[in-house]
Design a protein around this ligand. Sequence first.
Ligand code: SF4
Ligand code: SF4
Length: 56
Amino acid sequence: MAYKISTECISCGACEAECPVQAISAGDGKYEIDAATCISCGACAGVCPVSAPAEE
Ligand code: SF4
Ligand code: SF4
């Protein structure tokens, strides 16, 4: 099950550099996770200041 970034995202960009498989990129108004690439490691959730990434 992949992680997904909620609308709480403030586009700080902190998670993008933490992802070991480069699944995160800037989207329209918030960052997005490519579900097919995400390995559900949880690193993005660990650095997010607003707890936007969560496991679906
Ligand atoms: Fe990347 Fe891990 Fe977050 Fe998935 S859970 S987007 S692999 S940092
Ligand atoms: Fe959005 Fe959180 Fe990632 Fe920052 S760390 S871009 S607030 S999901």
